[in-house]
Design a protein around this ligand. Sequence first.
Ligand code: GLC
Length: 706
Amino acid sequence: MKIRKFSFGKIVDCNSVIKDIKTENGEIPYFFNENGKLTLKFKKEDLVYGLGENVRGINKRGWIFESYCSDDPNHAQDKRSLYGAHNFLIIHGVDRSFGVLIDTPAKVKFDVGYSNNEKLYIDVEGNNYDLYIIDGDNLNDISREFRALIGESYVPPKWAFGYQQSRWSYKDEEEVRTIGDKFRDKNIPIDCIYLDIDYMERFKNFTVNREAFPNFEDMVSDMKKDGIRLIPIIDAGVKIEEGYDIYEEGVEKGYYCKDKDGKPFVAAVWPGRVHFPDFLNSEARLWFGKKYKWLVDKGIDGFWNDMNEPAIFYSEEGLKKAYEKVEESKNKNLDIYSFFALKDAFTGLSNSQADYNSFYHNMDGNIIKHNDVHNLFGHNMTRSAAEGLESIDSNKRFLLFSRASSIGMHRYGGIWTGDNTSLWEHLEMNVKMMPNLNMCGYLYTGADTGGFGGNCTEDLMKRWFQFSIFTPLFRNHSAMGTRKQEPFAFGEETEGTLKKFIEFRYGFIPYLYSEYMKASINNELMFKPLSFDYNDEISRGVEDQILLGDSLMLAPIIKQNAKGRYVYLPEDMLMVKAKSLDEINYEVMTKGHYYIEADIDEFIFFIRKDKILILGDSAKNVESIKNEELDVTVFLEDRANYMLYDDDGKSKEYIKGIYNNINIEIKNEDGDINVNCEVKGQTNVKKLNITVILKDKDNIKKCYKF
Ligand code: GLC
């Protein structure tokens, strides 16, 4: 295994991606220079993985991607950039595979066989970057090596694996409490409800709209007692308003990004005019991060950081130019060119390149134009929150995730995949993105289940739930003005189905959490393309089935009206067809191709050969789950082994080795089934109900008591 680093005059380093590495220069392998672009000649069978949050397939070949954090809720397959900028690729050939990291905070264009289908061109704006080539024996090694390089992934509290309900917005205390009560009355498990921008007073960070939330503190504490945590949003812009302490303090201390004249840069977002804290300045970053305490003191345990690409509705300068265009166009006969120029003056106001070129960061003495470090802004906003929260309570795990990100931010928080739409295509994109996000370090992630924009249909909601029950972040979120999306918003029949899916999710948490923690601690992937473990030609081409953790293969149904789906089994597997935690059927299937029927109210997944699935109980929220007994299902040929990880779920003591493991080994010794369990640490589990499923034989039930 080998990592080689090549530097190309890198001038800025603000905690972008690298933890620490020995440098070594020399001839760059695999790549050559073609017209100033880093170029690679593909082999025909090369697959290209990585690039984290992006549109299109798991294999990225055939399109151009640009790493430049961008706010665009209405994205389709033709988009080149989304909210995150993740410059890591794995080239997976037949006779050689390797990883490529471009460490730069500026824009990077990855032309992955679009201009020339035989070549990969990497074009780095400003040409200040470090290139890392990561060689390894196989894809799992390459990925692990890269993740070791960029540092361990963020670990959320265990309750963050519960079901989460969001909406822009639950606008007042009564509505928030009513939503919580409905979940409890209907016995639908839930752990979090989100507070979107309307909880704030005129969209000012670290304030509460007291008209709508007169008893904010009581609401937070009452609901927490009932097992529901409230998660407020924090936006990147600070409202310009006299008398607003945060605004005034930031101006006085010089903590905002500056314009070319050295004055705080003015942009406009939700509250109208705002300044952006200079998150790339260490003092400003810590200052803003410590402000989270104001909400932590009110009982808040988690946050979502938003609009931190940063999204800009308009700047003063941009708006001035647009008004000038109006003046210029008044009383004129507007032809095709002048009419569109007038229209574009307004439609082009938001997130404009001109604005990103017009403000500056003071990176501890170094004045740098925003555009050159654009991809570090959201990253450092989340770092700011993480460091601030760490200073408030260094042993507590807070829930923290962000919209914008770049590689390296995964150490501080998770991400959600930004604004999506209630479209089948966006469900499909969610599935395909998961492995690539994991490769780039993002384990705590998931999409707005059901879609943020647009109106969700009942069938799409059910199928989307069937996938989200497997993603670490399982949050149902939707935009203002769209159809309501809570599990009970669609009528009784759908409510019943969605409730069962949520209950299944709670039962799945022992496995999910165990896989999450092992992936974070050991720099592994939770979600992987099949070809990471099965390198046959068919597996290399599979795009809609993915591996989850040590034992499972997922095959979600993501097509409208589908009554089932085609599945490829690269080896013998055990099919799990489920409607709920109590309605599960198992069927042994041999390697090959199948069409599997699965009604809209049921979902399928697979236990791999000699692998183990663990299921526990459901409860009203994660902290109420007892799990004194666990169901262990093994698809056995020779020997299966599973290490079930657990810990207190809330502190950082696991770093010091305070966690527990149940090591389960099940062996088939000439027809005799032998079970061995070893426990390390303290566990609540008292009994394992083991079902051994063998090919062509009857199932064997065993019980293991501690
Ligand atoms: C952005 C966020 C979205 C949020 C909305 C209002 O669009 O991505 O999740 O609901 O802002 O705050």
